[in-house]
Design a binder for this molecule. Sequence first.
Ligand code: C5P
Length: 310
Amino acid sequence: MMAPVCISAPAKINLHLEVLGLRDDGFHELAMVMQSIDLTDELECENTADGMLSLSCNQSGLSCGDDNLIMRAARLLRERSGFGELGARMHLNKRIPIGAGLAGGSSDGAAALVGLNTLWGLGLGASQLESLAADLGSDMPFCIAGGTQLCFGRGERLEVLPEVSVPMGVLLVKDPSISVSTPWAYAECKRERFHHYLVGESAFEQRREALRTSAWLRPLQIEAPPPLRNDLQAVVAPQNSSVRKALELLESLPGHLRVGMSGSGPSCFALFPDFTTAEQASQRSAELFEAEGLHAWCCSLLPHGVKLAA
Ligand code: C5P
């Protein structure tokens, strides 16, 4: 029997999230740039001979039942493998905040696909795993290879971008008592902005091409940092005081390059020229964050997604 495997599952931030319009399946057509960061969960997977799938977690607030994306991913992979007798015991060490717009749950699900593919010796390639991931969640395909990618469609049409060579640091903040529901954020977006939505494939493709060729993206540079457009921020911030507070605080930090919200929030982040500057800003403002009830993390950009831990 194969030895247990341990998979690291990084969070992501959105360097760009543009809502283009509505799709025939009711989801939103998006144009995004996603970036992995080194705030990671860890998933341990061990073979069992009893054909059972089970999950435990270091955080009591998180459901380890059939609704957890890790369990859904494990069931789907086992079903598609055709080997219904496969079993695994899994344990999640959770560090990425939940309901935060950082794709923590999606990355955990992607880690289950990669980990169990290895543990069970199924030999599926990255593109097969990405296609399974797309059946489970919109952000999940990105999490397989991660790094820096353009994500179109619902998020499942991926175009890998060159590895970022700038040492940018990320200071991430979130109120631990607040989470934002992604379906709510998109529903609000539709309610408020529907009349501005683009219609039709050629209009969508024009925006995709504009993003592909945007000057800030090729390559990422400290001198011309990403504008950090996030169309959901304009919808979520007015209704969520913790997002407004976080953005305001980050904007006040000396030395930052840009400030924005990640995904559907409520996590917000500031980009800095490097990790050390981000860490210094975080240390200087620790009391301020605490007074506002915000937790803070300093991260670097990561050139990969879920990965077998050494
Ligand atoms: O795919 P995922 O489960 O992450 O999506 C959660 C919800 O967010 C969807 O049910 C949908 O309401 C909304 N969504 C959307 N368009 C996307 C992604 C998500 O409308 N591209």
